[in-house]
Design a protein around this ligand. Structure first.
Ligand SMILES: Cc1cc2nc3c(=O)[nH]c(=O)nc-3n(C[C@H](O)[C@H](O)[C@H](O)COP(=O)(O)O)c2cc1C
Length: 214
């Protein structure tokens, strides 16, 4: 395949620290504010710059902008999301979700997907490094989106809908599905994120030994 050497795009001026530390799941997207082709290209170019095993670059992206197709896909996403919750907890409706559950917002996304201005489906060619060589690019894409002020959330599907999703978009049988990312300008703001401190997730020179910070 042809290879290109792209310079950094002028639009990506947000410091990398700010992008990383303010990137978060945005599930309420403005259906009336489209994402431009130029910005989609910047995000996909950023994804293409990520590492992959042997520089094999197996990731392939399907950008869905057609409103009718997003509406149809949104119904399948809704079905997939509830299928995942049924498998894990036996839940079938909002009423089953316990108060204060972390699934409150993801359940909202299951309803909101039909309104996303863009849905990106991320696949790869099958290989031993398919997944590990696809997600570095996905993270680059999420950071580039953040730097452009575009909201995103990484999400997945469920085997029960995969055949129908692939048939809807003519995806070849040998493609491996990885994730689904709705994109659009946020209704609301990026807000802060909370994470486990690295002192509790990192070991130093041996498993179980704390790093030199609290
Ligand atoms: C593998 C994976 C699957 C995810 N699945 C969903 C999902 O089904 N629905 C959803 O709304 N968010 C999903 N997310 C987003 C996570 O909920 C989100 O990244 C996490 O809660 C941190 O959110 P924050 O960055 O806003 O703090 C998923 C993220 C990953 C990495």
């Amino acid at each position: 395949m042809e290879m290109v050497r792209l310079p950094p795009p002028d639009e990506l001026t947000m410091p990398v620290g700010e992008a990383m530390f303010t990137q978060r799941a945005i599930r309420r997207l403005d259906p009336n504010k489209p994402v431009s082709d130029e910005h989609l290209k910047i995000m996909l170019d950023a994804a293409s710059k990520a590492p992959s095993g042997g520089n094999t670059q197996p990731a392939r992206y399907l950008v869905i902008r057609d409103r009718g197709k997003i509406a149809e896909f949104g119904k399948l996403y809704h079905e997939a999301w509830w299928a995942k919750r049924y498998d894990a907890y036996g839940w079938t409706s909002q009423a089953d979700i316990p108060a204060g559950s972390v699934y409150k917002w993801p359940a909202l996304l299951a309803d909101e997907m039909v309104n996303a201005p863009v849905v990106l489906l991320c696949y790869s060619e099958a290989s031993a490094v398919a997944e590990s060589s696809t997600f570095p690019g996905v993270q680059n894409l999420l950071l580039a989106a953040r730097a452009l002020g575009i909201g995103s959330v990484l999400t997945t599907l469920h085997p029960t809908v995969m055949e129908r999703v692939n048939a809807m978009f003519g995806v070849p049988d040998d493609m491996v599905f990885h994730c689904c990312i709705p994109l659009g300008y946020p209704r609301g703001n990026f807000g802060p994120t909370s994470r486990i401190p690295t002192s509790q997730t990192t070991y130093w020179d041996g498993w179980g030994t704390a790093p030199p910070w609290q």
